[in-house]
Design a protein around this ligand. Structure first.
Ligand SMILES: [Zn+2]
Ligand SMILES: [Zn+2]
Length: 223
């Protein structure tokens, strides 16, 4: 299964080749609709080839261009119901930091919320626990992986590739643990869940992909 990465603002968005088109995971920061169109054009993909948009969680850098991209693709959106509430209400949430840098950025974010506003979008597929993507022609599933936010979802492909949103980061001076988390302890539980479900390679929204061994090492050091 082929997978493409397109970067919209600070966020990696992923396009997974499906039986008949593509599934897109996350939609990047606000005002990136045109950049999205240019990026898929370079890949030879038409907007209508995208059959489903999965959102890992409702932070502005993941749903920022959702309304615009959904407008181009005319496809349904999948999200955890808790995150769907935020997206449908266009509610900006700035998560708490887990380290000094995170706390600083979070403080700045709280004081500049107006800058992070995004357009509301409707969610057709609420997923609370798990969803088999076979119906969209992809060997893989969506699973609930709370931690960074309560309603964070990950996409786990059968071959072990795991698109995890912000459950793990590989940027912002961090190599594994996210610099923001609403449920810090749950992050580790969700890593374990991904490992138990066969994750091999982690595809974060921020930074390049890396081996799951890194997460295993962190978990082992906590025992
Ligand atoms: Zn986030
Ligand atoms: Zn993010």
């Amino acid at each position: 299964m082929k997978m493409h990465t397109i970067t919209l603002g600070i966020t990696n968005c992923y396009l997974i080749e499906a039986r008949d088109g593509y599934i897109m995971v996350d939609t990047g920061q606000q005002r990136r609709g045109k950049k999205f169109l240019r990026a898929i054009q370079q890949l030879g993909i038409q907007p209508e080839d995208i059959k489903l948009i999965i959102i890992t969680h409702a932070h502005f850098d993941h749903v920022g261009s959702l309304a615009a991209i959904q407008g181009y693709c005319q496809c349904p959106v999948m999200m955890h119901p808790q995150e769907a509430k935020l997206t449908e209400g266009a509610i900006v949430v700035i998560p708490p930091g887990t380290n000094t840098l995170g706390r600083m950025v979070s403080w700045m974010g709280e004081h500049s919320k107006i800058l992070w506003r995004f357009a509301a979008a409707a969610v057709e597929y609420p997923v609370e626990h798990e969803y088999d993507l076979q119906s969209f022609g992809v060997s893989g599933k969506v699973i609930s992986t709370p931690g960074h936010t309560p309603g964070s979802l990950s996409v786990l492909l059968e071959d072990g590739r795991a698109i995890v949103g912000d459950l793990a980061m590989n940027q912002f001076f961090t190599q594994n643990y996210p610099i923001f988390a609403e449920l810090p302890e749950k992050v580790y539980e969700s890593w374990q869940l991904l490992i138990d479900n066969g994750a091999q390679q982690i595809y974060p929204a921020h930074g390049p992909a890396f081996s799951v061994d890194r997460l295993k090492a962190v978990l082992a050091s906590r025992k």
